[in-house]
Design a protein around this ligand. Structure first.
Ligand code: WT7
Length: 710
């Protein structure tokens, strides 16, 4: 076999190919089940053969394939070209104009579905009157989006502007995003768990002049001080010479006037406005603005291997075409069929953009949004019992449920009896996203939520692999077509020409680790890193190329292998970012936060395997003896705690190190690079240091670190 030819793929996966060991869960094959058995009228794609035929066509004739697929969108002006590929720049559906809000909302109203449910929202607090639930029809969503859009316009927001959104999971968040799309402004949503420094960094990078936020949000019974964080960010931005013009505030907590009245200018001249005085009451007469296919729909910041987050640029038509298709096929979405789709991700991450909002609404299926935590409060009033998700599924008759392996592993820990107390019979498809799902967690999901047995039955699990940069699923089973194997995200999405290759671009034979690459453009791909062309090229397009033609391939930064059936198994990141509870974190971001503490001289951060979070953060820190001395401090537990809290304050709670270890020096190569792999081994407690340490500057450093144990 020539090294560049992919291994032949057998028509039907066989459990006993490759290094089959029947005692391993990951070698089991779970066949798809007939649609009728699962309560679907039909599968969109009903067999592996059909998938293979369509996939082959989608990559051999992408223009023909996507021309058809684009018919699922409403266009104001039809496009003239499907794809123009000048690597690394792709343009999709040029010549066309459309609007994302129109495609997710208005067209459904125009087609007579104004009274159909679009959004089901549930707040976290449970009061004496029971649950706080809001249902919005497409008609109501249209009205709200239009009013908010009018208000944004009145505040001077124009087509092409970037509007920053930092909000809790409340309906106004969805409305705010749709309102931006409605007038052709791009949104840049910042996850509500980030701290003020993270906000100011992103606002300034995006050159954004308006922030939409709330007076607070609820999380596990506590109030998250969103407005306070925004105030801090705005103040520090003013100091840096970046004026935020307007801040629009939703009243969620309702604790008084928060110190301002609508229209009032505060620090540095920034005007503050209440949502209920403006966005909620402005004129609903604000039609959807036609935008070009390649106009930016949103910016979303993601962590990279430098300290500075990258603003990933997604444009309108390609992103919508890709998310509506992947949502439809992966979850078998069917309108008017009683489906309720629930993705538990926060909208602040790409999963929420694509599969709480755009992909689901474009398919006219109701989407459920839940504000809070899975363990608050318990339905019988006892806190922290962990029933909330199952209770929500039972009460709202959720049909498709989409969550993260971290959550699944947490549920495993909380006990099998919790989900067993609820009627989960409405469920049809179970999704997983954000990190590799270990076979044990897959089996638990399949058994306890899916109602399946050791070799089959139950609801299909779709383990969806993708990234902020890919816009939507790029490797995933399709529930009616793909036999699944616990722990494998299986086969490429339609339109995705995926391969596992080595640094030379040669396709790896089965069961040999390599890099996950995509060899052709796809509509949902990122169009750039905002304001940083160099980073766009070096991160994604400068590493892999077609050995025959030299054409760049998309580099995912994920390690992977295929098995004898051509199934893809993701093996984790190969760069300096770590996945902690499904959230991507740059080790450099955490390191910069650590060295901003006056006690710290140097810091190195690595991931350590963790049973629930996937990875935990371990920070190695060298201290400034002079600072310790002047401040009467010591390298003790209290300082470790203080440093961990400092990171949480600087970046956000999700970045708080699990372990802080003091070291006298950090191991470096002769060229001064910190030897992270070695630190990973030390952190994971690997007995024998397996690395080649001959390039180490100071061997004693290694011994010190290993002996440093608490
Ligand atoms: C990284 C992307 C996926 C959208 C939300 C996260 C990891 C994601 C899987 C999966 C194995 C996965 C990868 C990827 N990842 N899904 N099903 N199996 N790994 O988007 O924050 O941009 O993170 O998440 O490492 O590169 P993101």
């Amino acid at each position: 076999m020539s090294a560049t030819t992919p291994p032949p793929v057998p028509a039907t996966p066989s459990a006993d190919s490759g290094s089959y060991d029947s005692t391993l869960i990951e070698n089991r094959v779970f066949p798809p089940r007939p649609a009728k058995e699962l309560g679907f009228s039909a599968w969109h794609i009903g067999s592996l053969d059909e998938y293979r035929r369509l996939h082959a066509r989608s990559v051999s004739d992408p223009d023909g394939f996507w021309r058809e697929e684009a018919k699922n969108l409403d266009w104001f002006t039809p496009f003239t070209t499907v794809c123009t590929w000048n690597p690394p720049d792709a343009r999709w559906f040029d010549g066309g104009t459309l609007n994302a809000c129109y495609n997710c909302v208005d067209r459904h109203v125009a087609a007579g579905h104004g009274n159909a449910t679009a959004l089901i929202w549930e707040g976290e607090p449970v009061g004496p009157k029971g649950h706080e639930v809001m249902r919005l029809t497409y008609g109501e969503l249209q009205n709200r989006a239009a009013r908010a859009a009018s208000a944004l316009k009145a505040m001077g927001v124009k087509k092409g502007d970037v509007v920053t959104i930092y909000m809790p999971m409340i309906p106004e968040l969805a409305v705010a995003m749709l309102a931006c799309a409605r007038i052709g402004a791009a949104h840049s949503v910042i996850f509500g768990g980030f701290a003020s420094t993270a906000i100011s960094e992103r606002v300034s990078d995006a050159d954004s002049r308006i922030i939409i936020t709330a007076d607070g949000g609820y999380r596990r019974g506590e109030v998250v001080p969103l407005l306070k964080n925004v105030d801090e960010a705005v103040a520090s931005l003013h100091e840096q010479g970046h004026a935020v013009r307007d801040v629009l505030v939703v009243r969620r907590i309702g604790a008084g006037d928060a110190g301002f009245a609508t229209g009032q200018a505060r620090a540095g001249g920034t005007r503050y406005h209440w949502w209920h005085d403006t966005a909620a009451v402005a004129s609903p007469d604000c039609p959807c603005a036609p935008v070009q296919s390649e106009d930016m729909l949103f910016l979303l910041y993601t962590s990279g291997s430098t300290g500075k987050p990258k603003g990933i640029v997604h444009t309108t038509a390609g992103y919508l075409a890709f998310t509506q298709m992947s949502a439809r096929l992966t979850f078998n979405l069917i309108p008017d069929a009683g489906q309720v789709f629930w993705c538990t991700a926060d909208i602040g991450w790409v999963t929420g953009h694509s599969y709480v909002l755009y992909g689901i609404l474009a398919n006219r299926v109701p989407t459920l949004m839940y504000e809070g935590a899975p363990n608050y409060p318990a339905i019988d009033g006892r806190p922290g019992q962990g029933e909330r998700f199952w209770d929500i599924i039972a009460r709202h008759k959720v049909t498709q449920f989409y969550t993260a392996p971290t959550a699944i592993r947490t549920f495993m820990k909380w006990g099998d009896d919790l989900p067993a107390r609820f009627d989960l019979s409405s469920l049809r498809v179970l999704g997983s996203v954000g990190e590799p799902i270990n076979p044990e967690a897959w089996m638990w999901y399949h058994t306890h939520i899916g109602g399946g047995g050791p070799t089959g039955g139950g609801r299909p699990i779709v383990d969806t692999y993708w990234q902020t940069e890919t816009g939507g699923h790029v490797v995933t089973p399709l529930p009616g077509a793909t036999p699944t194997k616990p722990g494998s995200c299986t086969l490429p999405m339609l339109g995705i020409d995926a391969a596992v290759v080595n640094e030379q671009g040669e396709v790896m034979p089965p069961n040999k680790g390599g890099l996950f690459a995509i060899r052709k453009p796809w509509p949902g791909m990122l169009r750039g890193v905002f304001g940083n062309r160099e980073r766009f090229i070096s991160n994604y397009w400068g590493r892999l190329k077609d050995p025959a033609t030299g054409t760049p391939w998309y580099f995912s930064a994920d390690g992977a292998r295929t098995d004898a059936d051509g199934y893809i198994w993701m093996m984790g990141r190969v760069d300096d970012v770590i996945k902690v509870s499904g959230h991507l974190l740059g080790t450099m971001e955490v390191e910069s936060a650590l060295v901003s503490h006056p006690a710290v001289a140097e810091a190195a951060v690595v991931g350590v395997p963790h049973a629930v979070k996937g990875n935990a953060i371990c920070a190695f820190v060298t201290l400034k003896p002079a600072w310790l001395k002047t401040n009467g401090r010591a390298a003790d537990e209290a300082l470790k705690k203080e440093l961990a809290a400092h990171v949480a304050k600087e970046v956000g709670a999700l970045a708080r190190p699990d372990t802080v270890r003091f070291a006298e020096g950090l191991p470096k190569t002769r060229s001064g690079k910190i030897m992270r792999r070695l630190l990973r081994d030390v952190a994971a407690g690997v007995e024998k240091i397996t690395q080649d340490t001959t390039t180490l500057e100071d061997f004693s450093v290694v011994a010190k670190l290993r002996g440093d144990d608490e």
